[in-house]
Design a binder for this molecule. Structure first.
Ligand code: UDP
Ligand code: MG
Length: 321
């Protein structure tokens, strides 16, 4: 028996959750059972009452707001416990068109992929400001480089995940799970693909993008941290190359002047520039060393993830499987 669970993280979504749930399918060709799960991320409104009235099958409750990344992961865990073979994640504001869920899970049913990301027609979304569009593109580009995948719309929250892939996901970032999960898929060899999906009309402002400056700041920090975590050697090599190169050139200049290769120069003490060059070279080297250490540490993380996968699997050896 194949079970699909559709999960929705909710933070104060009483106004739109009812509509969103009314559009969700209860039957989909290719799966035997469709269940719904919401994660109440510390809502202080009637989100849970709405969910119960709409006959949601599972509710995960957070006492306080913990943010989307935590809510998403708690949902995944609950879905796995409930015996889901496929998990679909969507938003509570009816942002994504639920009629596209069959399309979203098709690559998993066909065995072609383990994670499917729904790609929105970003250019056509009217309420996205140019800055938000640009950041979405920048984020997607960085994710494509770091993950070596071809996902066009990385921050999309409309996704289908197979049980196998769900067991292997980890999210360290507090703010968003979207970028990290794609990079992990790329690095762990989890097959990931993307299908175009439709979006619905705008119902409410984003809960995640409170203001553009904080959104920019968070996006940049997120991207830097992801690079540091998942491509540490590359990250620190590039970072260290900057002071090293400047220091090296400065050193070269000093040697040329010292040896008088370009003819005699006026008698000026050039010790300050030599000291400065040495400092820069040392900083560059240090950063490279950090890269090596971080790279060794990431080997550890991979080992720990293997252990975690085994523990998760044995914990979940429930009657469902
Ligand atoms: N959400 C959440 N906890 C939060 C913020 C958001 O569970 O702290 C939920 C929210 O209810 C929605 C989903 O995460 O269902 C995505 O949020 P939103 O639609 O505001 O983000 P966007 O689509 O703008 O990225
Ligand atoms: Mg949304």
């Amino acid at each position: 028996m194949k079970k699909l669970i559709i999960q929705i993280p909710c933070y104060n979504e009483e106004a739109t959750l009812g509509l969103t749930l009314s559009k969700l399918p209860r039957q989909i060709p290719g799966v035997d059972k469709v269940e719904w799960l919401i994660i109440n991320d510390g809502s202080i409104d009637k989100t849970v009452e709405v969910a119960k009235a709409c006959k949601v099958d599972h509710i995960v409750n957070f006492e306080h707001n913990q943010g989307l990344a935590k809510a998403f992961m708690a949902g995944i865990e609950a879905c796995l416990k409930a015996g889901a073979d496929i998990i679909v994640n969507t938003d509570a504001d009816n942002q994504y068109n639920a009629a596209d869920i069959p399309k979203l899970i098709q690559p998993i049913l066909d065995g072609d992929a383990e994670i499917v990301v729904g790609a929105r027609p970003i250019e056509e979304i009217e309420h996205f400001s140019p800055v938000k569009k640009m950041l979405q593109k920048l984020g997607s580009w960085v994710v494509r480089i770091a993950s070596k995948t071809k996902i066009p719309d990385a921050p999309s929250g409309f996704r289908a995940i197979s049980r196998n892939a769900a067991l292997r996901l980890n999210v360290f970032n507090e703010y968003t799970y979207t970028l990290e999960t794609i990079i992990q898929a790329g690095q762990k060899g989890i097959r990931i693909t993307s299908v175009p999906i439709r979006t619905n009309n705008y119902l409410r402002p984003s809960r995640l993008v409170k203001s553009i400056p904080t959104y920019i700041q968070r996006s940049i920090l997120t991207i830097i941290r992801i690079f540091m975590t998942y491509q540490p050697l590359q990250f620190f090599t590039i970072l260290g190359s900057v002071p090293f190169t400047v220091g090296f050139l400065l050193c070269l200049r000093w040697i040329i002047l010292y040896l008088g290769i370009l003819g005699d120069s006026p008698d000026k003490p050039r010790t300050p520039s030599l000291i400065f060059a040495a400092i820069l070279i040392i900083i560059g080297f240090q950063l490279w060393m950090f890269g090596l250490i971080a790279d060794l540490m990431s080997v550890n993380r991979k080992l720990l993830e293997d252990i975690q996968l085994r523990i998760r699997k044995s914990d979940l050896n429930s009657p469902h499987k």
